[in-house]
Design a binder for this molecule. Structure first.
Ligand SMILES: [Zn+2]
Length: 138
């Protein structure tokens, strides 16, 4: 199985709370949630993800990461080696994916979000599943 490719906001980069030689990026942005949900990936301790972010004209930043739950921030982090961030051609297929497919029933919830807004308490109007299911704490 190939490693999933998931958006992460590299602006949120901080020191890893478990290894002083590494950095970590919180997977707390909507882009991360959308990619995880569309690819039906629930975050798990020790999981490998390739994370990416926009870097301008046709290019993305990318890094191999290991996922861990940070109990202080109460959020999932993608731990990376700062020195191994690479430049790759833009992930156009992911950037162009506007839909948000419910983890369970696969209904596109983007029109619902546009009409009703979206917050941590939002549930799928079709099957009732929380939109944050993929990021549930361990
Ligand atoms: Zn649903």
């Amino acid at each position: 199985m190939s490693t999933p490719i998931i958006y992460a906001d590299f602006n949120g980069i901080m020191a890893s709370s478990r290894n002083e030689n590494l950095s970590a990026i919180p997977l707390d942005s909507y882009g991360s949630l959308k990619d995880l949900t569309n690819q039906q990936i629930r975050l798990k301790e020790g999981m490998s993800l390739v994370i990416y972010a926009d870097s301008g004209e046709g290019e993305d930043l990318e890094a191999d990461s290991t996922v861990y739950y940070d109990s202080k921030h109460k959020w999932w982090m993608a731990e990376i080696d700062n020195e191994k961030i690479r430049y790759v051609p833009s992930h156009d297929n992911l950037w162009n994916q506007k839909e948000f497919l419910c983890l369970q029933c696969r209904q596109d919830l983007e029109p619902y979000f546009s009409e009703h807004g979206r917050n941590p308490e939002t549930h799928c109007p079709n099957c009732g599943l929380s939109i944050l299911t993929v990021t549930q704490a361990p």
